[in-house]
Write a protein that binds this ligand. Structure first.
Ligand code: NAD
Length: 374
């Protein structure tokens, strides 16, 4: 058995505890969670109870710096609120002890902060950093990626992703109710979909046009005298540098949907569709027409825990663990550049809604560069 890889989790709210449970399901692969950091006592308590039930002794810290200084772990999972990622990542990357990092999406809430993190990471070749864009691992999505990469659909021209779901959940101290904390809805949750569009299109974004608003949810909520400002529905169009087009259709007051995500990818010669959580993929060709469309059930036998994201967190950890074990041979599957571009696309979409016009990715990257240097 290989040496145990010791993990620390920074932020043990809903997602941090999800990581804890996933890592427990990987225990036979030689992993253990040995410490956590979270300032919120009820979150600490819930994580401690879980760890006790797993027979994992856990050292508890209230801040990430103490966790890093303790030297107890080799890998840190950053699952604290979005607006804390930047400082926590900079402190990890500047710490004398190397820690491999799995940081939850979005990498940071602004492009300028993402860039600083990317630059700081360049100086730490002793550390691997993976970004938690885990939708890539959902079995029907992974199957569709495999089909697209296999080339049977031809050159991809159109990628449409519809997410119709329930409203944002309540979070610790309601951090997710304000753009300043999340980066905005199109950064916070839609970075997942922008990441997938880049993968399917096999290209980088050039410009973005969006329309959206907070039309239904959160209007009657007030926190410290302020009404939330996060949009709950949007249409976003993205043009890619190889001529492909993407479209996102987001609705967060659509509990009455059979699927939460419906993804359609059309190439010159065929079309593929993925449905989550039905876990089904359709694939067809122009030559064979409707009668030739195949329906495939997407499954991944490696998944030992489905959790909140259809097994994708489990596969994400499995993948990152193998990158850690094969360090020097294997780069993280989802790297900092993927994290940065997915945030830039979300920021461009948020700015487009504000300004009512197309926003180029270059504009977002340049503008945020000059903000960072001023
Ligand atoms: N991959 C996914 O699909 C997915 C799903 C949900 C959330 N997330 C991401 O996970 C992160 C956490 O979200 P959540 O839903 O668990 O929120 P949450 O509010 O349930 O938990 C956040 C926890 O972080 C703690 N925290 C706050 N500031 C901290 C700090 N400076 N250091 C350490 N801990 C701190 C809070 O006390 C809380 O316990 C966010 O970045 C979110 O975007 C990802």
């Amino acid at each position: 058995m290989a040496e145990t890889v010791k993990y620390g989790i920074i932020g043990v709210g809903m997602m941090g505890r999800e990581h804890l449970i996933n890592l427990h399901h990987l225990r036979s692969q030689g992993v253990a969670v040995v410490c956590i950091a979270d300032p919120h006592v009820p979150s600490q308590q819930l994580a401690l109870e879980l760890a006790q039930s797993f027979d994992w002794p856990l050292k508890v810290f209230s801040g990430h710096q103490e966790l890093l200084d303790s030297g107890l772990c080799d890998v840190v999972v950053v699952s604290s609120p979005n607006m804390t990622h930047y400082q926590i990542l900079m402190d990890i990357l500047n710490h004398p002890k190397p820690h491999h990092v799995l940081v939850e999406k979005p990498l940071c809430t602004t492009v300028a902060h993402c860039r600083e993190v990317v630059n700081a990471a360049r100086k730490r070749p002793d550390m691997l950093v993976q970004v938690g864009l885990e939708y890539r691992y959902m079995p029907p999505v992974a199957k569709l990626i495999e089909i697209v990469k296999g080339g049977t659909l031809g050159h991809i021209k159109m990628v449409a992703i519809r997410e119709h779901r329930f409203p944002f959940l309540v979070k610790v101290n309601n951090w997710n109710r304000f753009n300043a904390n999340t980066g905005g809805t199109l950064v916070e949750k839609c970075c997942h979909f922008f990441d997938l569009m880049r993968l399917f299109a096999g290209a980088n974004p050039v410009r973005v046009m969006a329309s959206g608003a907070m039309d239904v949810n959160h209007k009657d909520e007030i926190y410290d005298g302020k009404v939330p400002d996060i949009i709950d529905n949007a249409y976003v169009i993205i043009e890619f540098d190889n001529g492909a087009r993407g479209m996102l259709d987001l609705c967060m007051f659509a509990e009455g949907s059979k699927n939460e995500q419906e993804i359609s990818v059309v190439g010159q010669s065929g079309k593929g569709e993925a449905f989550v959580p039905e876990s089904i993929v359709h694939v067809g060709s122009r030559v064979d027409g409707r009668d030739g469309v195949q329906t495939l059930k997407a499954e991944d036998q490696r998944i030992k825990y489905e959790g909140l994201h259809h097994g994708s967190s489990y596969l994400e950890h499995l993948n990152f663990l193998s990158a850690i074990r094969e360090k020097d041979a294997k780069a993280p599957a989802v790297d900092l550049q993927d994290g940065l571009i997915s945030v830039a696309m979300g920021v461009a979409a948020q700015v487009s809604i504000e300004k009512g016009r197309f926003v180029t990715i270059e504009e977002v990257l340049d503008q945020h560069d000059s903000e960072a240097s001023s």
